[in-house]
Design a protein. Structure first.
Length: 271
């Protein structure tokens, strides 16, 4: 039987080991990096961000917002605290976002949450020493999908300088016939409303679309199609293939100094 190309566990032998590693490293990051945890951006218990700070004076610092993946139905911000290692070492405040998970909520609710998290940054990050005018964003997998919802047509002016989209999903239609059909059952309306390839985006945002060389074919094709889609709208788009990286090792590497993924993120934050 052919393996589902969207079922990551079937294609990454070290899946569980990488998850255990990022959870461990996230615990260490929360212990070692100055932070403020569980800052509410809305009334629901899932609507919080963790803020991580570089050493030194906190005044008009760049800000970077990271949105985790998990096919909209697993993981939390606490599993991705380690990304703050790269962000804070580059001199920026890291905003790691939490959101509710499908199928308990539908995708419209999650998109609304990340947009309100971004608005919280605009309204309040100055109180923590950040400059809302120096905002960059990134996301992995479903988080890359959600990141695009922060600079689509409905959110102009986006106020976002640049974005890194890693291993993202930009056309939701193929997921309806994947293993996710029984887990989150993406609807036709959700495909229409929330597929980034259907969106007009803010042309002022510089976008880096990155994919691991060892990803399954749909992640490569979706990256190429979405890059073309943005370029046709006049956005400044760069495409990166991370050598010897799969869907899980690429996001692990975001917090590992010296890796291609971490260097990509650090350049975005410091630009």
């Amino acid at each position: 039987m052919q393996k589902d190309p969207f079922r990551i566990r079937d294609h990454v032998a070290e899946f569980d080991d990488i998850v255990a590693e990022i959870v461990r490293r996230s615990t260490e990051s929360r212990a070692n990096i100055p932070m403020v945890a569980d800052v509410a951006y809305g009334p629901d218990a899932t609507e919080t961000v963790d803020l991580f700070f570089p050493k030194g004076k906190r005044e008009r610092l760049p800000v970077h917002m990271f949105i985790h993946g998990g096919y909209w139905r697993m993981f939390s911000k606490r599993d991705y605290s380690y990304v703050a290692e790269t962000v804070t070492n580059a001199g920026a405040i890291a905003v790691i976002v939490d959101y509710a998970l499908m199928p308990a909520v539908r995708m419209a609710a999650i998109v609304d949450q990340v947009r309100r998290a971004r608005q919280w940054v605009a309204d309040h990050i100055a109180d923590y020493g950040g400059d809302p005018g120096l905002l960059t964003i990134s996301g992995h997998s479903a988080g890359a999908h959600l990141a695009t919802m922060l600079f689509d047509d409905d959110s102009r002016p986006s106020g976002i300088k640049a974005a890194v989209l890693l291993g993202g999903l930009y056309d939701l239609k193929p997921l309806q016939t994947s293993f996710l059909a029984s887990e989150i059952a993406i609807t036709d309306e959700e495909v229409r409303l929330f597929s980034p390839i259907n969106k007009t985006c803010d042309p002022s945002v510089a976008v880096e679309i990155s994919v691991g060389a060892d990803e399954t074919p749909p992640f490569h094709s979706q990256a190429a199609i979405f890059a073309d889609h943005l370029e046709q709208q006049g956005l400044d788009v760069a495409r990166t293939t991370l050598a010897a990286a799969n869907h899980m090792s690429s996001v692990r590497d975001l917090g590992l100094a010296g890796t291609d993924a971490a260097s990509l993120l650090a350049r975005l934050v410091a630009a």
